[in-house]
Design a binder for this molecule. Structure first.
Ligand code: ZN
Length: 128
């Protein structure tokens, strides 16, 4: 494992939060990042106000992709689907706390992409 990764990233990678699948789930979506071989699936349960009451992710791939999914799950629990619309690349980078090149950026953004496309459809996902 590279020394460049912060301890917190390794911790989320080794001990992912909200890891697993929800059955039943109100929203389920998965996608992959073929450049790196990362795969992320996200399941959400929402209440009548579209508040996220349960969330889980599963998948496999590099430390960045899995850690960002784990951090994102911790962050979105209790928020609404509307709140998710406001999440940007910068929010993910802030959670990870490291600079990423274009290839690693795809790894980091996979979980946000899956979340947004799952919640709103592909038109809400605009990749820079
Ligand atoms: Zn990756």
């Amino acid at each position: 494992m590279d020394d460049m990764y912060r301890e917190v990233i390794l911790d989320h990678y080794k001990n992912p939060r909200h890891n697993g699948e929800l059955d039943p789930a109100d929203i389920s979506y998965q996608d992959d990042n073929p450049l790196c071989g990362d795969m992320i699936r996200i399941d959400l349960r929402v209440d009548k106000d579209n508040k996220i009451i349960e969330c889980a992710f599963s998948g496999h791939g590099c430390a960045i992709s899995q850690a960002s999914a784990s951090m994102l799950m911790e962050d979105i629990k209790g928020k609404t689907l509307d709140d998710i619309k406001d999440y940007t690349r910068d929010d993910i980078l802030e959670m990870l706390g490291i600079e990423l090149g274009p290839v690693r950026l795809k790894c980091a953004m996979l979980s946000l992409k899956v979340l947004k496309v799952g919640a709103y459809g592909v038109q809400e996902w605009v990749e820079d």
